[in-house]
Design a protein around this ligand. Structure first.
Ligand code: RIB
Ligand code: CA
Length: 313
């Protein structure tokens, strides 16, 4: 499976990259490139963090810089959840490698041509780059094998009462994507909120006790503390890693094909993914929505992957 990643590396994106790197090294997927987008932090930081993560996992994956700002709104960075640096205030040394000269939007278009019918686009952040690629070249929708995205929800939001953050943070781009005809799997809060790490999962990481496991623990514990400050359980929710898991192992989730559109105007509902589950939907179903997840299976597989990396260090 050939995968192009589009990321706003942040804490759970970084945890997703460790997991995807394990799949790549074990021949379960071929990550051919990555692109960055502003989201959790600005695009300069998401690019630096993505380069750094590839360096730390020992992979030479190209990183193309993408859009910093959404189509119409301002960047809505969340340092209280991901840290000022986007990586839990670990303030790592700068990466050794540099991004490629190509823009992430051009990269999506080019790779969809070079790998027509074979390329899965896996999006962990706001859909700005993907939306721009589809506006520039609507045929991208027909050339991609699938777009798997972390985003959306049919059961309430996290950024607002109704909207999930990645969709809210570029609702216009998400509108373009959901209406593009691309084969789309939505891995949203309906499933990601069931997949998390908490203190009882961390013992093997404490035992591992090396630079990699300590870094991973810093990420996880920063996220747990951030969630607790927000009044939630102290959990590190594996939003982006689960989207990666669904990409690699679709039967981790039960999906339903549903018509889903994105609200761009509502005062209380901007960024909401609105599903039409009537027996007489007004439009054809356009999205495979993940509605249930085998959380224990995913979380144990996720931890195994992370520990393979930590214990190889
Ligand atoms: O809603 C969760 C998503 O928002 C994740 O992709 C996380 O990284 C943040 O960007
Ligand atoms: Ca993300």
């Amino acid at each position: 499976m050939k995968i192009l990643l589009d990321v706003d590396t942040g804490v759970d994106d970084a945890l997703g990259l460790i997991y995807m790197a394990d799949a790549h090294k074990r021949g379960k997927a071929e990550i051919i490139a990555s692109g960055t987008v502003g989201g959790n932090v600005d695009v300069e930081k998401t690019t630096r963090n993505t380069l750094k993560m590839w360096e730390m996992v020992g992979l030479d994956i190209p990183v193309a810089v993408g859009a910093n700002k959404p189509f119409l709104t301002e960047l809505n960075a969340v340092p209280h959840i991901h840290g000022d640096d986007g990586l839990a205030n670990t303030h790592l040394d700068p990466p050794h490698r540099h991004p490629t000269a190509e823009h992430a939007v051009d990269q999506i278009i080019r790779l969809s041509q070079e790998h027509a019918g074979e390329l899965t686009l896996l999006a962990f952040g706001p859909l700005t780059n993907v939306g721009l690629a589809l506006l520039r070249d609507p045929e991208v929708a027909n050339r991609l094998k699938r777009l798997v995205l972390m985003g959306g929800s049919l059961s309430g939001g996290n950024e607002t009462p109704t909207a999930e953050a990645n969709i809210y943070n570029d609702a216009e781009a998400a509108y373009v994507v959901f209406n593009s005809g691309v084969p789309l799997t939505m891995v949203g809060l309906d499933v990601t909120h069931h997949t998390y790490l908490d203190e009882k999962d961390l013992e093997p990481l404490y035992k591992s006790d090396n630079a990699r496991s300590r870094f991973t623990l810093q990420l996880i514990q920063f996220m747990m503390a951030a969630y607790q400050k927000l009044g939630r359980e102290p959990q590190c929710v594996l939003h982006d890693p689960l989207a990666g898991g669904v990409c690699l192992t679709p039967d981790l989730v039960r999906t339903e094909k549903i018509h889903v559109d994105v609200e761009t105007r509502g005062k209380l509902t901007r960024g909401m993914t609105v599903s039409d589950r009537r027996p007489w939907p007004a439009h054809e179903a356009n999205v495979d929505v993940a509605l249930e997840v085998d959380a224990p299976r995913f979380v144990s597989g996720y931890l195994e992957a992370v520990l393979r990396w930590c214990n190889a260090g």
